[in-house]
Design a protein around this ligand. Structure first.
Ligand code: GDP
Ligand code: MN
Length: 404
């Protein structure tokens, strides 16, 4: 689960990571007062106005229909309020949001840490994440901070420093220092960066994150190292021991259909295509999506109704698929193991009865336990259903209905 920059910074601070301080607000009316408070707390003159959305690239993004971007400098509390007004309630498009952009509901007013007139600005990239190939955590760092790290990885992979952490030993102090040294730091800055990396790693472990990315980690002219940005991905499987972290969820950042699906315990991911699919088992769901693509369609979603799906869950899943206006056909692909095909068929028919009119064609492939009973139920329901036996055939039917 992703969280906002301001939430991430608050968590990091608890673990001793030095941050660019700020105050978050949800309305332009509060900006002048909050900016004055920030000036008092931090001694800052200018105020950095930062859109809070679950996407990066804000500094280079644009507010739809304007020349404003997602990170701006307010030279006075009034100027900050003017800039916040351009963000709040409006849509920000960045290279990570897709062209539909994201609505800004909150802005972070942050202290300006880039001292004016400074010739040497030092932005670093520092992240901790899980290396799935090496089965351990890795610290990644680069002197090319402030830039898109994927770009750096492509054009100049040697510029990325990696330090792998033995899961039994944890981060050893010398490793943090080694990374800081490799970043070219000396003296006080080296010590500060070493401390920064140690605290960042402690935070990563403490909050059960799957990724903590600081871009930029900023070295001030007096050699302190601060987190100017934070991108944190929390592992929701660990929420049973972090009730406070689960509460950081911002549902307005998520696709409404995904939020609804999660309430029913469905594994649903919204995609951009036109073929809705309902499958049991994640592996079969992936294979089904591949078949849809091979047949020339694009999956509208990933949906795994799970091994123990009841008629009710199937109905819920079916309704969610139908709420997506892009869906032009639905492919139901069930292999009856623990879940019986007749149950799935009942779920589909129930949903159909309760929803009333369904315009899109439905291709159904039921195999395994009680497949024949399932087929009978669907045949007798009056649904506009096309049956298929093998997966390839189902995909071909999808192709045909899309062509019509
Ligand atoms: P992102 O574009 O979404 O990654 O947002 P960041 O938080 O990384 O900020 C983007 C850019 O804003 C930074 O790379 C800086 O150039 C600029 N910026 C952020 N904080 C400050 C600050 O305190 N002072 C100044 N002058 N610029 C800042
Ligand atoms: Mn950034």
């Amino acid at each position: 689960m992703n969280i906002h920059e301001y939430q991430g910074k608050e968590l990091l601070k608890k673990y001793g990571v030095a941050i660019q301080e700020g105050i978050v607000v949800d309305s332009a009316d509060k900006v002048v007062e909050a900016s004055k408070e920030l000036r008092e707390q931090t001694g800052t003159d200018w105020i950095v106005v930062k859109a809070q959305i679950h996407a990066g690239g804000r500094g280079k993004g644009t507010v739809v229909g304007t020349d404003y971007n997602g990170v701006m400098l307010g030279k006075s509390p009034e100027d900050a309020a003017e800039k916040a007004k351009q963000l709040l309630g409006n849509v920000l498009v960045t290279h990570q949001t897709g062209e539909e952009g994201k609505k800004v509901n909150k802005v972070l007013l942050a202290q300006d840490v880039y001292y004016k007139g400074e010739s040497e600005i030092k932005e670093f990239y520092v992240a901790v994440l899980l290396d799935r190939d090496k089965n351990c955590n890795v610290i990644m760092a680069s002197r090319e901070g402030g830039m898109d790290i994927e770009e750096v990885a492509e054009s100049n992979p040697d510029a990325i420093i990696k330090e792998w952490i033995d899961p039994k030993l944890g981060l050893q102090p010398f490793q943090a220092q080694k990374v800081a040294f490799a970043l070219g730091l000396k003296g006080k800055a080296l010590k500060e960066m070493t401390k920064f990396i140690k605290s960042l790693y402690a935070a990563y472990i403490g909050i059960d994150a799957s990724q903590v990315e600081i871009n930029p980690a900023f070295k001030t002219s007096d050699d302190r190292v601060l987190a100017v940005d934070s991108k944190i991905d929390l592992d929701d499987n660990a929420f049973y021991r972090h009730k406070d972290l689960a509460a950081l969820r911002d549902e307005s950042e998520e696709s409404p259909l995904e939020v609804e699906a999660s309430q029913f315990g469905l594994n649903y991911v919204k995609l951009d295509g036109n073929v809705g699919c309902m499958v049991n088992g994640a592996g079969l769901a992936m294979a089904t999506m591949d078949m849809i693509k091979l047949a020339g369609g694009e999956p509208a979603n990933f949906l795994d109704v799970g091994g123990g799906a009841s008629a009710e869950t199937v109905e819920k899943g079916f309704r969610i698929i139908l709420k997506d206006p892009n869906v032009k056909a639905i492919l139901i692909n069930i292999f009856g193991g623990i879940v019986r095909c007749d149950r799935v068929a009942n779920g589909v028919v129930e949903a159909y009865k309760n929803i009333g009119k369904i315009d899109v064609p439905i291709i159904v492939r039921l195999q395994g336990t009680n497949a024949e009973e399932g087929a009978e139920i669907i045949k007798g329901s009056g649904l506009n259903v096309i049956s298929a036996t093998v997966l390839k055939e189902a995909a071909d039917r999808v192709k045909e209905v899309l062509a019509n």
